[in-house]
Design a protein around this ligand. Structure first.
Ligand code: BGP
Length: 473
C-alpha cells in the first residue's frame, strides 16, 4: 500500500518566475515581464493600470528572476540529486513566437527547451510542461486585446502544434493553462487583459475564458493527433470552500464560490458548459459566442487528467462583515481553526484530502497535484544553509493527507510537484523573500545577490521522501 509504483514525485516552476534573460535568445516582451515589484503590481496585474512597456521608475523581478536560463544545467542536476521523477516547468510563449503572430517560430527558443528537456531525461526526469503559465506576448495584447480576442485561439493553436511536433518523444505530460481560474482574479497577469475605463470586466473575463477553454480543447485535440501517447491536463487554483458557519446561507455561499472555480474544469473535464454557468451568464447579461463547432470541440476533447495547485482551503460567509485574510489572490474569511503563513495563507492539510476527494468525485479522472508548498522567510547561515523545519512540517502534513486520499479513499493520483522547488520570484507579490524552495538562491527583493544555489535542510528531507516513495516522512 502507500504511494503507487511510478508515482511522479517532483517540483514545479514557471518560466517567468525563474528563467530571466527576458531579452535574450530572440525572446519577445510578455505581460509577465512588465509586472513590477511594489505598490503598482496589483493594479497592473488586475488590468487596471496599463503598463505595457517597462520604465526606469520600476523594478521588474521577472526580467532576471533567478536566471535559470543560464543555470538550468546546474539546477536540473540538483533536482536529479533529489531524485525527482518529474519536473514541472513552463514554456515562455515569447521565446517560441516573440510577438505571438509570426509565421515561423524562433529556432533559438525551441532549441533552448529541447536542451532543457534532454537535460531532464539525463537524470530520468520526465518533464511536465505548462504551455502557458500566465504569459502572453505584449504584441498580442496591444494588437488584439489579449484573450478577449478569438484570434488568440489561432495563435495558441500554432504555438501548441509547433511544441507537440518538436518535442514529440521528449515530453508526454502537458498542461494547457496554469490556474485557468486566475483569469477572474488577476486578469492581466492571467490572460493579458487590460480594461478601459467603464468597461464591463465580468463580460470581458468570461469572454476571454471561453477563448481559453476553446484553445485548451484545441490543444488536447492536436496533442492526441500528433502523438496518442500525449497526456493533457487542465490546471485549477484549487482549495475547497468551507461555509463560515452551518447557517444555510453560508453553505449556499460556499457552493457558489466553489462553482466559480469548478466552472472552468467542468468544461475542460466534462466537455460542456454547466447549466448553472449558463444561468449566470443570462442573469449577468454576459454575451459569449459559443458556436455549435465550439460545443462539439469541447465535448470531444476533454482532458486526460485534472491537475491543480493547493496552498490552502477557503472559507466564506454570507455576512459581509466577517474578517478576511489573504490566500493565493483569493481573499478568504478567516478560519478560526487554522494557522496561517507569514503571508496570511491559511494552512490546512486535511483540506487537501477534502479537495482531492471533491475533485475526484466530481470528475472521475486521474488527478495531479502540481503545486503545493509554504512561502516563508528563510534565514541562511554564513554558508547559505537554511534549516527550514517549518517548510518540512508543512510538506510532511500535506503529503500525509495526500497519502490518506490515495490509501483510504482510493483517489487516483498521478503525482506531486511541490511549488518553487528552487527559490523563485513570487507571482502575487513579486518578492524573492517569499521562498518555497528546497534550494536557496542568494537574491533579495531589490535584485541584489550572487544567485548562488545552496541546498536547504528540506532538500535532504525530500530526497529521502522520494527514495522511500513517501514512506519516510
Ligand atoms: C500560484 C501560481 C504560481 C505561484 C504560486 C505561489 O498561483 O501558479 O505561479 O507563484 O501560486 O504564489 P506566490 O508566488 O504568490 O506565493
Amino acid at each position: 500500500m502507500g504511494f503507487p509504483e511510478g508515482f511522479l514525485w517532483g517540483g514545479a516552476t514557471a518560466a517567468n518566475q525563474c528563467e530571466g534573460a527576458y531579452n535574450e535568445g530572440g525572446r519577445g516582451l510578455a505581460n509577465v515581464d512588465v509586472c513590477p515589484h511594489g505598490e503598482d503590481r496589483f493594479p497592473v496585474c488586475l488590468g487596471h493600470k496599463k503598463m505595457l512597456r517597462p520604465d526606469s521608475e520600476h523594478y521588474y523581478p521577472a526580467m532576471e528572476a533567478i536566471d535559470m536560463y543560464h543555470h538550468y544545467k546546474e539546477d536540473i542536476a540538483m533536482f536529479g540529486e533529489m531524485g525527482f521523477k518529474t519536473y514541472r516547468l513552463s514554456i515562455a510563449w515569447t521565446r517560441i513566437f516573440p510577438n505571438g503572430d509570426e509565421a515561423e517560430p524562433n529556432e533559438e527558443g525551441l532549441q533552448f527547451y529541447e536542451n532543457v528537456f534532454k537535460e531532464c531525461h539525463k537524470y530520468g526526469i520526465e518533464p511536465l510542461v505548462t504551455i502557458t503559465h500566465f504569459d502572453c506576448p505584449i504584441h498580442l495584447i496591444e494588437e488584439y486585446g489579449g484573450w478577449k480576442n478569438r484570434k488568440l485561439v489561432d495563435f495558441y493553436k500554432k504555438l501548441v502544434t509547433v511544441l507537440f511536433t518538436r518535442y514529440k518523444g521528449l515530453v508526454k505530460y502537458w498542461l494547457t493553462f496554469n490556474e485557468i481560474n486566475m483569469i477572474l482574479h488577476l486578469p492581466f497577469m492571467g490572460a493579458g487583459l487590460v480594461f478601459e475605463e467603464g468597461e464591463d470586466e465580468t463580460q470581458a473575463k468570461y469572454l476571454a475564458a471561453h477563448h481559453e477553454l476553446v484553445a485548451s480543447a484545441e490543444a488536447t485535440r492536436i496533442a492526441h493527433e500528433i502523438d496518442p501517447e500525449n497526456m493533457v491536463g487542465c490546471m485549477l487554483a484549487a482549495g475547497s470552500t468551507y461555509p463560515h458557519t452551518c447557517h444555510p446561507a453560508d453553505v449556499w455561499k460556499a457552493l457558489e464560490k466553489d462553482r466559480e472555480n469548478y466552472f472552468f474544469i467542468d468544461v475542460q473535464a466534462r466537455g460542456y458548459y454547466p447549466n448553472y454557468a449558463k444561468k449566470f451568464f443570462e442573469r449577468e447579461n454576459i454575451k459569449i459566442d459559443i458556436t455549435p463547432e465550439d460545443e462539439k470541440l469541447l465535448r470531444e476533447n476533454t482532458v486526460d487528467f485534472v491537475s491543480f495547485s493547493y496552498y490552502s482551503s477557503r472559507c466564506t460567509s454570507a455576512d459581509p462583515n466577517v474578517a478576511v485574510t489573504d490566500g493565493n489572490a483569493f481573499a478568504s474569511v478567516k478560519n478560526p481553526y487554522l494557522k496561517a503563513s507569514e503571508w496570511g495563507w491559511q494552512i490546512d492539510p486535511l483540506g487537501l484530502r477534502t479537495t482531492l476527494n471533491t475533485l475526484y468525485d466530481r470528475y472521475q479522472k486521474p488527478l495531479f497535484i502540481v503545486e503545493n508548498g509554504l512561502g516563508a522567510v528563510d534565514t541562511p547561515d554564513e554558508n547559505g544553509y537554511v534549516e527550514d523545519d517549518y517548510r518540512i512540517d508543512y510538506l510532511r502534513e500535506h503529503i500525509k493527507a495526500m497519502k490518506d486520499a490515495i490509501e483510504l479513499d482510493g483517489v487516483d493520483l498521478l503525482g506531486y510537484t511541490s511549488w518553487g522547488c528552487i527559490d523563485l520570484v513570487s507571482a502575487s507579490t513579486g518578492e524573492m523573500k517569499k521562498r518555497y524552495g528546497f534550494i536557496y538562491v542568494d537574491k533579495d527583493n531589490e535584485g541584489n545577490g550572487t544567485l548562488k544555489r545552496t541546498p536547504k535542510k528540506s532538500f535532504y528531507w525530500y530526497k529521502k521522501v522520494i527514495e522511500s516513495n513517501g514512506e519516510e516522512l
